[in-house]
Ligand binder design. Structure first.
Ligand code: THG
Length: 366
C-alpha cells in the first residue's frame, strides 16, 4: 500500500518534543499508543547509517508509562507477566511479555521498578491501561493505575554515552544495561536508563516536565554537533537486523510467547502468582507457530503477506526490509512449525529463501 498523508487531530496525540521533531524535518510518522511516533527523517537508509555510526535523538514519548502504585502494585504486575519480577531492584528495567489467561501476548513492555510500591509499564502498542484496570477491579487490588506524565526521549548510537554524559554528567558511564539513575536536568531529577529500541547502545531519558522538553532537545543538539547528532526514530532496518520484536507487527494477541521466541523471558518453574503461567505450562512445546527469519538474495513481493507452498499457506510475513549492510532481504515470518520440521527453504515465485532462527546470525548468512 502506498503511503498517504496522516490527518492529525487530538486523537493522534502530539508530544512535548513535536515542535523540534517538525523543525528537524520529520518525513514520516506512525501512530503508537494513540500518539505520534516519527519513523524517518532523511530516509530510512540514511537514518540507519547515522544511527549505526554516530548518535540520534528519538522522540519515543509514545512508549507510554502505565504507572501502577499502591500496596498491591507488585502483585498486579506479577499477575500480568510470566517473567519472575520478585528479584528486581529499584531503578531496574525488565523486558517482559504481558500474557493473558490463555497465555497469549497482550503487550511486550519494559517493566520498571521505580520504587517499592510504584511500577511503570513502559508499553508497546496496545491499551494495557484498560486491561490492568479490569484486572485490578476483578481481583480487588489496592492499586492506582494511570498514564504517567512522562515522555521518554531515547539517545541511541555508538556516541550516545558521550552525548548523554555531556548533558547529565559523569555518573552516566556508571549506569549498567537496563539499570537507571535519577540525574538532574535544570535542577529537576529524571530517570536515565541504559536501554532503547536498538542494538547500537544508548540511553532513555524519562522526561517528567513538559516545560523542559525543548531545553533538553536543544541541549542535546548543541552539545552533540561535533558528534553529528541527528533526529531519528526506531529504525526499521536496524531493528529487524537486530531481531527486536515489534508488537502488532511481528506478533499480536493471538500469539503466545513461545511462538514469538520470548522463551527467555518466561519463568515457567517459578513459584509466582502469574495468571498466564498455568496455560503457558500446558502450551509449551505444543505451540503451532514459530517466528523465524527468511533471508532472500533480492527483494520479494508477497501476495497478502502470505507464504504459500503448493497452494497451502504455511506462513505469514510479519516484517520485511532490505538490509543495505548485508545486501539481503530480511523477513520475519510466523511459520507453521509443522512446515518448519520438514523444510529449511521456501521458494517464492522462483526466489529461494533460507529459513533461519532469530535473531539473524549474519556470519552464517552472508
Ligand atoms: N524502551 C522502553 N519502552 C518500550 C520500548 C523500549 N516499550 C515498547 C517497546 N520498546 C517494547 N519492546 C522492546 C523490545 C526489546 C527490547 C526492549 C523493548 C530490548 N531487548 C533486549 C534484547 O532483546 O536484547 C534486552 C532485553 C533484556 O535483557 O531484558 O531491549 O525500547 N522504555
Amino acid at each position: 500500500m502506498a503511503d498517504k498523508f496522516l490527518s492529525i487531530s487530538r486523537r493522534t496525540r502530539q508530544t512535548p518534543f513535536t515542535p523540534r521533531v517538525e523543525s528537524a524535518g520529520v518525513q514520516g510518522y506512525t501512530v503508537y499508543n494513540h500518539m505520534l511516533l516519527p519513523t524517518f527523517f532523511e530516509s530510512s537508509e540514511a537514518d540507519y547509517w547515522s544511527l549505526c555510526e554516530d548518535v540520534q535523538v528519538w522522540d519515543v514519548s509514545c512508549e507510554r508509562q502505565i504507572e501502577v502504585s499502591g500496596p498491591d502494585s507488585e502483585r498486579l504486575i506479577q499477575l500480568m507477566t510470566p517473567r519472575d519480577i520478585s528479584k528486581a531492584v529499584v531503578g531496574q528495567g525488565l523486558y517482559a511479555p504481558l500474557c493473558d489467561e490463555n497465555g497469549n501476548v497482550v503487550n511486550d513492555p519494559v517493566l520498571i521498578k521505580f520504587a517499592p510500591d510504584n511500577w511503570w509499564i513502559s508499553i508497546a502498542d496496545s491499551d494495557v491501561r484498560l486491561w490492568a484496570r479490569g484486572l485490578a477491579f476483578g481481583f480487588g487490588l489496592d492499586v492506582e493505575i494511570r498514564e504517567a506524565a512522562v515522555w521518554p526521549l531515547a539517545v541511541q548510537g555508538p556516541k550516545a554515552q558521550e552525548l548523554v554524559t555531556r548533558v547529565f554528567g559523569d555518573e552516566v558511564s556508571g549506569i549498567e544495561f537496563f539499570r537507571s539513575k535519577m540525574l538532574e536536568f535544570h535542577g529537576k531529577p529524571m530517570m536515565v536508563m541504559r536501554s532503547g529500541y536498538s542494538k547500537q547502545g544508548g540511553f532513555e531519558i524519562y522526561l517528567n516536565d513538559p516545560e523542559l522538553a525543548l531545553p533538553l532537545w536543544d541541549d542535546l543538539f548543541a552539545k552533540g554537533a561535533d558528534l553529528r547528532v541527528r533526529a531519528g526514530g526506531p529504525n526499521l532496518i536496524e531493528r529487524i537486523e537486530s531481531g527486536l520484536l515489534s508488537y502488532g507487527n511481528d506478533m499480536n494477541f493471538t500469539h503466545n510467547p513461545f511462538e514469538c521466541g520470548l522463551d527467555a523471558f518466561i519463568d515457567l518453574d517459578a513459584d509466582i502468582e502469574s495468571m498466564s503461567l498455568p496455560a503457558l505450562r500446558t502450551i509449551k512445546g505444543k505451540h503451532l507457530h514459530q517466528l523465524v527469519g527468511i533471508v532472500f538474495d533480492e527483494a520479494v513481493e508477497f501476495d497478502d503477506f502470505k507464504i504459500e507452498v503448493n497452494g497451502k499457506v504455511v506462513g505469514d510475513v510479519r516484517s520485511q526490509v532490505w538490509s543495505p549492510r548485508y545486501r539481503r532481504f530480511l523477513t520475519m515470518v510466523m511459520m507453521k512449525r509443522e512446515f518448519l520440521s520438514a523444510n529449511t527453504n521456501v521458494n517464492i515465485n522462483g526466489k529461494l529463501g533460507k529459513i533461519v532462527d532469530l535473531p539473524f546470525d549474519f556470519d552464517a548468512i552472508v
